[in-house]
Design a binder for this molecule. Structure first.
Ligand code: SF4
Ligand code: SF4
Length: 374
């Protein structure tokens, strides 16, 4: 596969400039204006942040992208699908309330919000996965598939199950309906290592499915209730929650790439990723722990695989921040260093499988040329 082009600009903004202008210039340089948007619906997929989380992208960035679409005659809307777990985005009403409370509305973003898979997370389309190896079809939110053009606007950060939450995660997992998310997560449910469990109850607080109880001061998972979302893995500070199926995270990664293929295949797409507030875990958490890496910059490309690869490469080169999950791990005496910031932050992850699978099925290329804008 040929090398793709990824455009990059850092967050430096001398007086008289703004990050919003930089983002617009980046998108234009990367070719957003080559997409014919006249009179077409444009889905801008993003994550509005779980209530309590403050690391999600500000609505101002969404407005910049929506404004660009409108300048090209497009009809943009912001979208995300409901979550698998019962947090603050589990149905369209609560999801819209959450988006509003986090600052996303028609005034701040200049466009409407449509929850992709409807009121209860069941409004889905079964979409064939071109070249799919793990999924013949994917269950995607209907409004997302109804759009003529698809744009992903991603907050790039760490993730407890997939290593990082980047563009493929935003598209593949984020556009899945509730059933689609279940199918991607079906590869494995976590288990508790009783010897390591200290009974601190953090995992139960994090579990939105009420699946964790305690017996003899040790956590116990009720597998009839557990959805396999993996949030408890990120919640435990003592590595007592683990995935007993060693292939589970890798399978999740590969399915996610195939879901992203279903979303992007055969229609105009454009992808933007901002590497800032790189918290160790997903914005689905109701908190954001201190960033593990410094803010790096904004990236844009037509190729979602190259985009994630470029963001990951930039993160791997960055200096870990002290007093963060990553910094603490690296400072632990005897820490087995993986020389991989994502793995050293969340050791049970396999992020490369996502990009490997995406490249294999023709979603994009891991080879890229980086064009740097000032
Ligand atoms: S968070 Fe970890 S240590 Fe605390 S109760 Fe859960 S499994 Fe045990
Ligand atoms: S994976 Fe963990 S947090 Fe998610 S539903 Fe199961 S027990 Fe709860």
């Amino acid at each position: 596969m040929e090398k793709s082009t990824v455009y990059f600009t850092d967050f430096r903004c001398p007086v008289g400039t703004s990050q919003i202008d930089k983002l617009k210039k980046l998108c234009i340089a990367a070719g957003i204006r080559n997409i014919d948007m006249e009179g077409k619906f444009v889905a801008i997929k993003m994550h509005f942040g779980e209530l309590g989380n403050l690391a999600f992208l500000r609505p101002n960035y969404a407005k910049a992208v929506a404004d660009l679409c409108k300048e090209q005659g497009g009809l943009p809307f912001l979208t995300d699908c409901n979550t698998l777990y019962p947090g603050s985005r589990k149905n369209a009403l609560e999801h819209l309330d959450c988006a509003n409370l986090n600052g996303f509305n028609t005034i701040t973003t200049g466009c409407q919000i449509i929850i992709g898979d409807g009121l209860r997370g069941t409004d889905e389309v079964e979409v064939p996965v071109a070249n799919g190896e793990y999924c013949e079809t994917a269950l995607i939110g209907r409004a997302i598939m109804d759009a003529d053009i698809f744009i992903s606007l991603t907050h790039f950060k760490g993730h407890e199950a997939t290593g990082f939450g980047g563009t493929i995660k935003n598209i593949g997992m984020g556009c899945g309906s509730r059933a689609g998310k279940m199918k991607q997560h079906a590869s494995g449910k976590p288990a508790i290592n009783e010897d390591l469990c200290r009974g601190c109850r953090r995992c139960a607080k994090e579990c939105g499915s009420d699946a964790i109880t305690y017996q003899d001061k040790k956590a116990v998972i009720d597998y009839d209730k557990c959805k396999g979302c993996g949030r408890c893995i990120g919640a435990c500070n003592y590595d007592a929650v683990y995935n007993p199926n060693s292939d589970a995270n890798e399978l999740l990664d590969r399915k996610m790439a195939e879901y992203a293929q279903a979303v992007c295949h055969d229609r105009p797409c454009f992808h933007i990723s901002l590497v800032q507030d790189v918290s160790p875990n997903c914005d689905c958490h109701g908190e954001n722990d201190a960033p593990i890496l410094p803010n790096i910059g904004m990236f844009a490309s037509f190729d979602p695989i190259a985009l994630d690869q470029a963001c990951a490469d930039a993160c791997l080169k960055a200096k870990p921040l002290d007093n963060s999950q990553l910094g603490d791990h690296l400072a632990e005496p005897g820490w087995h260093c993986h020389h991989d910031h994502f793995k050293d932050s969340n050791p049970n992850i396999e992020w490369k499988a996502t990009l490997d699978q995406g490249e294999k099925i023709g979603l994009g290329s891991r080879e890229y040329e980086l064009k740097i804008l000032k």
